[in-house]
Design a protein around this ligand. Sequence first.
Ligand SMILES: Nc1ncnc2c1ncn2[C@@H]1O[C@H](COP(=O)(O)OP(=O)(O)O)[C@@H](O)[C@H]1O
Ligand SMILES: [Mg+2]
Length: 426
Amino acid sequence: MKVLVVGSGGREHTLIWKLKQSKKVDNIFCAPGNGGISKIAKCVNIKADNIRALADFAARNKIHLTVVGPEAPLAAGIADEFTKRKLKVFAPDKSASQLESSKVFSKEFMRKYHIPTAAFKVFTTAAEAIGFCRTVEYPVVIKADGLAAGKGAVVVKNAEQATATIENMMVKKQFGSAGDTILVESFLQGQEISVMALTDGKTIVPLLASQDHKQAFDGDRGPNTGGMGAYCPTGFATDEIMTRINDYVLAPTLSGLNKEGITYKGVLYAGLMITPGGPKVLEYNCRFGDPETQVVLPLLRTDLYELMMAVVNRKLASIGQLSWRNDSAACVVMASKGYPGNYTTGVKIGGLPNKDDNNCVVFHAGTVYKNSQYMTSGGRVLGVVGLDKNLQLALNRAYRTVNKIKFEGARYRKDIGFRVLNLKRK
Ligand SMILES: Nc1ncnc2c1ncn2[C@@H]1O[C@H](COP(=O)(O)OP(=O)(O)O)[C@@H](O)[C@H]1O
Ligand SMILES: [Mg+2]
């Protein structure tokens, strides 16, 4: 079978690496891909948001399954276009993708179907939002309604910060029309975990829960990034918590979608805060997380191609229980100098392992392969994943490899996993 994966980051490298393990997959294409991906798939020069060109490519090359990585093409209707042309695609359609593309849609959906989430209010004018923020207890979280590349949620500690944030979003249009409408929501305290689940609109199957580190610097300090590391499983996702997430979040989300007349096919990602009052949804994403995918999929034993086809053909129930490797996975992201601000690119990468093994894999995010040499091309460059019996051993493996990889200005966090490791020490 021929598969096309859309996207160009570490998540897509991982999806391709996992799909290649399927006996059913003969050929993988990636649009547009990156340096590391070009070693295991055929990269085609089509941007992830060029939906028409992607559908033309899939039709012309008789692609059996297209898997979409990033959110932008989902919101732009890639699944609708493929389905219209009778091309199989692992991606929710435009209406389903509103769970991610509109935070107002998702919060109102949660309110309607009694899915636990932070209290919130919606505003369409800056004056009303600022007025409301004079009356609240701090901190609160201010969120732009639309897609803002992970920068649209801001925790504010006082009315002054709230006013500045609201003005940036609604008056200065920092995120363009994504900030025309905003939310003000109450601040939740607890451990943040991610649960990705596969659904065909009838059955919903959670994958193992994971945690990531969003801040740039050790101790979870500094500016937010796309993610500096992740690990799976996490000690915070106990069986009891997972049961609650299933009963109070995943199951009602699926039934709510069906009541809205929405057939969701693909991955539904719930970002959750485990509060003293139980798990609450921070947000939904309609795709695999990055770097969460890098630690979840290497532990999956079940054939990913078969799973994805079961989702697309709405036969997920026939798959039964998923099978997992009884180990931990840890990912350490190596980033370019300056990231997440302005960063350097175009520097040579040395010291990469000659080949991956069962217990250490290097997934490429921002690299190109030119003149027999890998070069950096993005903010996040590599995700080094170690696998072993427990988190500490998995981290040791990842860091041993990280220490061998060299590129000028390379920066990574040295404390990935500390929240769980501290928990064990207590
Ligand atoms: N209500 C909340 N309480 C506490 N922290 C929050 C809340 N909402 C969001 N956050 C924090 O902000 C981050 C980004 O918010 P999120 O809703 O996931 O938006 P996005 O990923 O689209 O930027 C979350 O990962 C979480 O750490
Ligand atoms: Mg988020």
